[in-house]
Design a protein around this ligand. Structure first.
Ligand code: R5P
Length: 287
């Protein structure tokens, strides 16, 4: 049986449909003071899959997830698999300054304390986050799905990683599409500001695809697109897994000449055109 939290209702329905499994009805709402309410309706089998993404509002989505998992255990589930398509708090995966919370480690501990028996997530900010879980935890990659979606839309493009962290994604995408790839070097000045080093690319009159795991403020993509446009790229597409899209991120991206932005539905957004449902379905079939 599949249960979708309020952040992932559509995705949960797609997964249930593909698995020919039952979608459990759930009631969720917010009390007038902001606290969350959940009620699971119907019979609970031994094994339940909960799908809940944890983008904005992160705290509410996590709280809802904890409430669902714990309630399932309380009312009879033996095993709860938590599918968290976008794992919020992942960027605070170290104590960068003394006294800081290692937030994602605490999230991992809370999931386990709530009763999660296994966790699945898509393109973690760092693969090393897996080590914070004491229960089986799996990272799935949506890059092949994005590559297959983009492949018929482009002709001999160059795939560009806007920073070194995205280089492996660019390589995977280039191997699937059958084209070349390269990367840029980026320095983060603050959560809102990044600087990207100028570099020459063979993009004159060609298509380029910028690929990254997350678009948050859009600064990383804006810098990369400006560089590619100034070097003559005639079509720039952006592919990302998690469309976090803070404020007017999309507007900023389109205003520097990006032609198209394609994201997955790990987070619901107006550019979420590739569903990760088939990826989740395959992972749920593992033993
Ligand atoms: C960084 O490590 C990530 O891969 C993304 O490049 C980053 O989160 C994008 O952030 P923004 O859109 O705010 O530049």
């Amino acid at each position: 049986m599949i249960i979708g939290g309020s952040a992932s209702q559509n995705l949960a329905a797609k997964v249930a449909n593909l698995l020919h499994d039952r979608l459990c009805p759930i009631e969720t709402h917010k009390f007038p003071d902001g606290e969350r309410y959940i009620r699971i309706k119907g019979e609970i089998p031994d094994e339940v899959v909960v799908i809940q993404s944890t983008g904005y509002p992160q705290d509410e989505n996590f709280m809802e997830l904890f409430l669902i998992i714990k309630t399932l255990k309380d009312i009879g589930a033996d095993k709860v698999k938590a599918v968290i398509p976008y794992l919020g708090y992942s960027r605070q995966d170290k104590r960068f300054k003394p006294g800081e919370a290692v937030s994602v480690k605490i999230i991992a501990e809370l999931l386990e304390a709530a009763g999660a028996d296994e966790v699945f997530s898509v393109n973690l900010h760092e693969h090393n986050i897996i080590k914070f879980f004491n229960i089986p935890a799996h990272e799935l990659s949506a890059i092949p799905l994005l590559a297959k979606h983009l492949s018929p839309m482009v002709d001999d493009p160059i795939i560009v990683a806007p920073d070194k962290g995205a280089l492996a994604h660019a390589k995977t995408m280039a191997e699937i599409i059958g084209c070349e790839y390269d990367y840029m070097e980026k320095v983060r000045i603050s959560p809102e500001k990044v600087e990207t080093r100028l570099k020459s690319f063979d993009v004159e009159g060609r298509s380029a695809i910028i690929v990254d795991d997350i678009i948050s403020t859009g600064g990383t993509i804006v810098n990369a697109a400006r560089i590619l446009r100034s070097q003559g790229a005639n079509d720039i597409k952006v592919a990302c897994v998690h469309a976090v899209l803070v404020d007017d991120a999309l507007l900023k991206i389109f205003s520097v000449g990006v032609d198209d932005v394609i994201a997955t539905d790990t987070i619901k957004s107006e550019v979420s055109r590739v569903s990760v449902a088939p990826l989740i379905v395959e992972a749920l079939k593992w033993d």
